[in-house]
Write a protein of this length. Structure first.
Length: 130
């Protein structure tokens, strides 16, 4: 798999440009996922499985920005996240492509990482109270 960044709901043109510059510099292919493709499995979007025809997504579940990062090089991931921090680019929902989630649609992955994100925020708030 070629290193790939799937970008969902990144509508701010400055943020999109900066993400393209950062990930492009590291050799990633940037894919801006259109709403109609939110139901397409991650593996199809990154090219690890064959792209199949399906009805365009019509729902409104995935409303937040989300990045899905596919790379075999952990060093590239760390560099990208560091450069994002340096450029003050914040995207709360981020996930790595794994063998397990390649068959999930963007919607399925969104629900999973949203749940994890909410849990982590709750744990952080509880830690601050102690």
């Amino acid at each position: 798999m070629k290193a790939t960044l799937l970008a969902y709901n990144i509508n701010d043109s400055d943020k999109k440009t900066k993400l393209g510059r950062i990930f492009g510099f590291l050799g990633f292919r940037l894919v801006a996922v259109n709403k109609e493709m939110f139901n397409v499995p991650i593996g199809e979007l990154v090219g690890t499985t064959k792209l199949e025809e399906r009805e365009p997504y019509q729902g409104d579940e995935l409303t937040e920005e989300m990045l899905v990062i596919g790379t075999d090089k952990e060093d590239d991931l760390n560099k990208a996240l560091l450069l994002m921090r340096d450029e003050k680019i914040s995207v709360a929902l981020k996930a790595m492509i794994t063998p397990n989630n390649q068959s999930w649609s963007g919607i399925d992955l969104y629900h999973e990482i949203k749940k994890e994100h909410e849990y982590m925020k709750k744990m952080e708030a509880e830690r601050k109270q102690d």
